[in-house]
Every structure is written in structure tokens, then in C-alpha cells.
Design a protein around this ligand. Sequence first.
Ligand code: GTP
Ligand code: MG
Length: 434
Amino acid sequence: MGEPGTKSRSSRRPSSAPNLTMPNEVSERIDEEIKREAAALREAKRKEVQVLLLGQAESGKSTLQKQFQLLYAGQALESERPSWRPVVYLNIIKALRMILSELEFEFQARKPDDPHTSDSVIAEINRLRTALLPLVSIEDSLASEINGGVSIPGGRSGAFVRSGWQKQVRSEQQSSVSEPLFVRLPETAHLAAKSISRSADDIKALWRHDTVQHFIENKTIRLEESASFFLSHVDRIREPGYLPTTDDILRVRLRTLGVIEHNFAVALGTKTYNWRLFDVGGARQAWVPYFDEAVSIIFLAPISAFDQYLEEDPRVNRIDDSLQLFTSICQNKIFKDVHLVLMLNKTDLLKKKLASGIKIRKYITSYSDRPNTYEAAASYFRSHFVHSHRKHSDVGRTLYHHFTSMLDVKATQKIIVDVGESILQKHIKRVGLI
Ligand SMILES: Nc1nc2c(ncn2[C@@H]2O[C@H](COP(=O)(O)OP(=O)(O)OP(=O)(O)O)[C@@H](O)[C@H]2O)c(=O)[nH]1
Ligand SMILES: [Mg+2]
């Protein structure tokens, strides 16, 4: 706006002022430039495939992401391999702490004549507890070293990671390039390595103890799913040159906090697509609506979880929770056009549980007198998800589903390739319309 009583600047300038008009060729060049930039942007968009990994906590999202990494970015996984070493240590320490604290509770409430809580057993376990105390006591500092010192409001314990966490667990003291990777450990992880090496016999004695195995079988002691694997491999892990194997990396448990993005180049014919895979950690996933450009959602539902309940609400069965979460995704209008893939995961664990005699109907009454076999159970759980999708989705959207065991590299990679192709087809269909 011009000041009162003065003429505006433009009205004072002669209409032929040379700095207002542009020679035609300059203006054409700018137009060309803008067009070129817009085309490049469109092309980049055409090549960008956004995929969301969703599902309740511990459903296997990060494990699937590791499988993608193994297939499409093997080098990156290789360079991250040493950073998983402190996390394996933490998994072992956490399992020991959980065993010892549950035993303490059971010993206090012991019944007379119970051979699992006799005086001699208590004395033996107390000796192991004392021997393992220095190791168990570093759990919090090791978790904090992995977390980068960040704590979650509300004081939930344990380790979790955010984007770029691997840098936190590389030592500052890497003295020489020729130094073997396994020597490079930050302070607390180094302490953990030494302590595990020193206490390996006591760890094994505790893990193999009849009383511990008895309480695990009758579910008095409930450990994380991969705990038994790592406790049974202490002899390998205690070695000074230990470097996690791919199997260790797939099995190790580390919660994801927030959203972690991973990028992969995926080739189809002569074109290479930039996949942006968003690993959405945690259970409630309130930020999901921010991903309205996602072409696909891969939803993971662990169907082995029929005998488990939510940590935050022990009244809610984990399969019920998974189904509710899936239903909310199906109902969400933002995602009405996404390519929806359902992975009914942890089939290996489901098979194991059923083989050990655990009855589904004890936990899910509607299962009633169906056979307690893998085939019957898998089909029963699938039908619930398929039904929810049919009821709550817009007509016409297909649900692609797969039974998966994320620890099986060969089988999972075959599924990833199939799923990847169908996602790319959907993507090409969508960008073709832009
Ligand atoms: N036996 C078995 N274990 C699995 C399978 N998939 C994942 N796991 C294990 O389940 C645990 C949890 O897996 P994650 O991938 O960390 O789960 P998440 O969904 O990323 O969990 P948050 O980050 O907490 O949201 C890990 O110890 C995995 O090794 C599977 O198919 N079978
Ligand atoms: Mg995760």
C-alpha cells in the first residue's frame, strides 16, 4: 500500500522501464527451467514408493524391515552388524533379570514340600544370583547407552531406538582403521561383554536349572520370545570376537520409538524405484494419518499371540487387539485406496505352541471344539481378518494375505519379492494417473 499523499512507486515508473519487462528469450528460458524442474519432480515422485509397516508392538515390523534390508541393501546391514552386539547382550541381561526377580517372588510364596522351591534349590539360586549381580546391575546403563540417553515419559523401562541409533553404539575410541570391528564397543557394552564372558557358566547353570525350566513351562516365568534362543547360545556369544549372525539380528528384540524411515533401491525392468519404508513403532500409531501418500500398508498380525495379553492392559487378548487395529486401518478413509497386505506372522511359534499342547479354546472361547491343529487355527484367525476387511473396506479393494515366519530368510524373501511386485503394480497404476 502507498503512503498517504504520495504516489505509488509503480505509478511513478515509466511504463517502458527496462527492469520490468524481460527479453522474450530470458522469460522463455525461465519457463523452460520451471517446466524441467516440474518434470524432474514428477519423475522423482513416480519413482518414489511409500510403504507403511503397521501392527501392534512386537508383531515383527522391524524384523520385516531387516528382511527388506537383507534383500535390497545387504551392504547397509553388513555395516550395521556390529551395532547389534550390545543389543544381544541387553537381551541376555534382561532375560536374566526377569528370571531372577520372578524366582524371588516364587520363593517368598513357596509351598511346603514343593521340590522346586526347597531350601537347597533356594541356596543354589541365591549363589547364582550373587554371582550374576554385577552383570544384571548394568541393564539400565546399557539400555541408556543404546537409547542415546533418552528416556520415555512415564518411565517405561527397557531399550528402544529411534532413527540413527546405530551411531550411538559405536565407540568414540576407535583407535585405528585396522582395529577389528568387534573390539569397537562403547564403555558399558564393553563391560557387558567382559561380564558375560566371565559369567557364562553361571548363566548356563541358571538357564538349565530344573526350577527355572519348570517355571517357564508352566508360564510362571514369561520371557521375551527370543530370550531362550540367546540364553542357549551363550557359549558362542561369550567369545571376545563375537559378531551377531543374521539369525541373531533377526531374533534380537529392540522396541522402535516413533517412525523410522528406511530407503531401498528396488529395480523393476530397466527402472529403479526408491522405496521409502516407514517402520511405525509401538502399539497405538496415532501418527498414521500423516502418511496419506502411502501406496501400500503391510499389516503384521502375530497369530501366535492367542495366549498373550497386552502389557498395557492385561485384560486384552493380543489377537483381539491386533484385529481391532486392523479394523481401524480398514475403516480409515485416508487409506481407502491403498494396496493392503496382511502378514499373518509368527507361524513357526504358533506351530510350536500347538505342538506343546497349548489349547486355543482356553484363551479364545469362540474357538470352541475346532481341532487344535495349525491348519485349523491358521484358517480360523485368517477368516477373522478377511471378514473384518470385507465388512469395513470400500467395495473393490483386495486384501493380499500371506502366512509368514519372519525368521525364515528364504521363505520371507520370496514373499517380499511377490509383495513388492504387486505394490509396484499398484504404484504404477496410481502415478500413471497423475
Ligand atoms: N519366532 C518368531 N519370532 C518373530 C517373528 N517375527 C518377529 N519375531 C520376533 O519378535 C520380536 C519382536 O519383533 P519386532 O520386529 O521387534 O517387532 P515390532 O513390530 O517392530 O515391535 P515395536 O518396535 O515394539 O513396534 C523380535 O524378537 C523378533 O525376532 C516370527 O515370525 N517368528
Ligand atoms: Mg520395531
